[in-house]
Each structure stands twice: as structure tokens, then as C-alpha cells.
Design a protein around this ligand. Structure first.
Ligand code: AHG
Ligand code: MN
Ligand code: MN
Length: 327
């Protein structure tokens, strides 16, 4: 039996999982798995910062005596710095798209991969000790290696992702990712500083009873979205909305449910960003048997036209998304 075919048991460390599943990593040459390791490492650093978020102001003046002084920055800027550093070091990435940067970062021309990242998602929840996350997508560059990066390397469809994942800094910290071979969930053990496989081959229930939407903007939702919410209420579904996309998505992935960020008066295309929020979660949802749509078409089929493009987002249990679409 090939090592890569061995069903890996719960408790397998992330590193071993990556090593034993090289065939899951498209174009396996070690670089892609190294990128995933780099993301895991940066997430551990961010996790450490997140865990002492309430102390950051207290510790700020002390940090300023250190060299860089970046320890005092807001956590989403700090997370951006951590992830950028981790992903830049190895030279595997040629470009980095981040929520925190207006333009993409032009990295190593010899790098083969393009990364899109929301370093800290749900940042308004930091101050109140509620779960937050990191979202990432990895693409293979289209232009020739060694040449300057081009627009078609950056503006790729979600269907071209080769790895996507998120880190959830919750009551425990988890990293959930897909390489296009199902969805794997790892839980962080802080005393050992390592992620261990806790949720192998995650499957989203095809039907659910949870709907997650910010109903405060109800009056400005399109009529079909209002109709779907009424339908959920008639069915006595449960309303759950954390306001951290990663946490809302994760709950619905485990329990079955739908997350909706529709067009509103304030955000006519919805609030969420295609390239570093929706695409990764859409890839994971589909790999877990769920569905993701902008209400009309598959999220992963949308051709981005700009870096920070927003799209309406319906993601979750397949039958729930289909029902919402049918309206
Ligand atoms: P970010 O913190 O990266 O800007 O993302 C916040 C997003 C997402 O996490 C969440 O689901 C949504 O904003 C909440 O928006 P509302 O407060 O409008 O519901
Ligand atoms: Mn976000
Ligand atoms: Mn963010």
C-alpha cells in the first residue's frame, strides 16, 4: 500500500499529514506544501497575538521599546504583516493579494504561486472576545516563471484555486483546508505548538436549519431574500449570526445551515470580497458537499475584474442554497 493511500487517523500532526499526502497537492514539488506550512506557522503567531488581544493596549508601551514597534499595531495590520512575512520568506509566492493592501504585492518573479488572503476576518469582534479568522486561497501563476507578474495571474476564477482554507481563532483554534480532495480540519494544541487532524473529510449536511444573515438591514434586502427569510421563519429555523464570516461558516459547515450576505442599500453588491473571502469558502463548501452562489451563478465561476470586488454571497448546505436561489 502506498503511503499516500493510508487513511490518516485522527490525531495525525499537520506536518505528517502534508508529507503523507503529497499526491493531494497539485504540482507537488514540495513548494505548495511548504506554503501551507508557512501559513500554519503564521497562524500560530497570530493566534498568540489574538489570545492576548485584551492585553495589547497594556503591553503597547513596552513593545514600543523593541526594534520594529509593529507589535503595537492593530491586530488586522499585525496579522497582515505576519502572513506577508511568512509567505514572502520561502520565495514560493510571486504575488500576494490582501484585504489590507490596495494593490497586490509583487514578490519573487521565480515564485509559482499567487496567494489571496484576508489576514484577519471579523476584526470588529476582536474587542469583544468573539471568534475571528484568517481566510486564504492559493493559485498557480499562469505566466511563465521568471517573468513579471501579469493581470491574468492575479484575476483568476475561484475554480482555479489549488488550495483554500481558513483558520478559526475560536474557543479552540482550527485550520480547515482543501486541496481539492475533500476538506480536512486540524485543531491547534497550544502547549505542543502543533495542529492535529481532528475533523477528517468534513461533510456539510445537505439540508440544515440554521440561517445566518445580518437582519438589521432587512428593509433594504431584495424581495427574494426577504422571501427566503420569511420561509426560514415559517419553517422555525434557527437564526445565528456572529458577524465573523469564518465562524458563521464553520458552524454551518458542521451543523448544516446557510450564510447570506445579500445586496443592501449600503453595499449594492454585498459586503464580502470575492477574491479573499468568498472564493476560499466556496471551494471548501463545494468540497464538503455544500454550495456557494451569488444568487444567480456559482461563486467559483465568476471572473474577477478587480482585486477588491464584492459579490452577494449565499453559502452553505446544498439544499438551502438551492432553495434561496429558486426564489
Ligand atoms: P473583515 O473583518 O475582514 O472586514 O470582515 C468582516 C465581514 C465578515 O467577517 C462578516 O461576516 C461581515 O463582515 C459582517 O458584516 P456586518 O457587520 O455588515 O453584518
Ligand atoms: Mn473579512
Ligand atoms: Mn479582514
Amino acid at each position: 500500500m502506498e503511503a499516500s493511500r493510508i487513511a490518516l487517523p485522527i490525531g495525525t500532526a499537520l506536518d505528517r499529514f502534508i508529507k503523507n499526502n503529497q499526491d493531494q497537492f497539485a504540482y507537488a514539488s514540495g513548494e505548495l506544501s511548504q506554503l501551507l506550512r508557512d501559513i500554519a506557522l503564521a497562524s500560530k503567531v497570530v493566534n498568540r497575538e489574538v489570545n492576548k488581544a485584551g492585553l495589547i493596549d497594556i503591553m503597547g508601551p513596552m513593545g514600543s521599546q523593541n526594534t520594529a514597534g509593529d507589535e503595537q499595531q492593530k491586530l488586522d495590520v499585525l496579522a497582515n504583516i505576519r502572513f506577508t512575512r511568512a509567505l514572502t520568506k520561502g520565495g514560493e509566492a510571486c504575488a500576494l493579494i490582501s484585504e489590507e493592501s490596495e494593490s497586490f504585492a509583487d514578490l519573487n518573479n521565480d515564485g509559482k504561486y499567487v496567494i489571496a488572503i484576508d489576514p484577519l476576518d471579523g476584526s470588529s469582534n476582536i474587542d469583544v472576545n468573539v471568534s475571528i479568522g484568517t481566510i486564504f486561497s492559493i493559485y498557480r501563476r499562469k505566466s511563465e516563471i521568471g517573468t513579471p507578474i501579469q493581470e491574468n495571474d492575479i484575476l483568476q476564477r475561484g475554480s482555479e484555486q489549488i488550495v483554500a482554507g481558513y483558520v478559526l481563532y475560536g474557543s479552540s483554534t482550527m485550520m480547515v483546508f482543501t486541496t481539492g480532495h475533500g476538506v480536512q480540519g486540524f485543531t491547534y494544541e497550544p502547549s505542543l505548538g502543533e495542529y492535529f487532524l481532528s475533523h477528517p473529510n468534513m461533510q456539510m449536511p445537505e439540508e440544515g436549519k440554521i440561517y445566518s444573515i445580518n437582519e438589521g438591514s432587512y428593509h433594504s434586502f431584495p424581495a427574494p431574500v426577504k422571501g427566503y427569510i420569511e420561509y426560514c421563519k415559517e419553517k422555525n429555523y434557527t437564526g445565528r449570526y456572529i458577524g465573523s464570516l469564518v465562524a458563521d461558516f464553520h458552524r454551518n459547515l458542521l451543523k448544516g445551515g446557510i450564510y447570506i450576505y445579500p445586496p443592501t442599500a449600503k453595499d449594492p453588491n454585498g459586503k464580502l470580497r470575492l477574491m479573499y473571502e468568498c472564493n476560499a469558502l466556496a471551494f471548501i463548501a463545494e468540497q464538503a458537499g455544500g454550495k456557494a452562489s451569488d444568487g444567480k451563478q456559482r461563486i467559483l465561476d465568476i471572473k474577477p475584474t478587480t482585486l477588491h470586488q464584492r459579490v452577494p454571497f449565499f453559502v452553505g448546505s446544498r439544499k438551502m442554497v438551492e432553495k434561496a436561489e429558486s426564489l
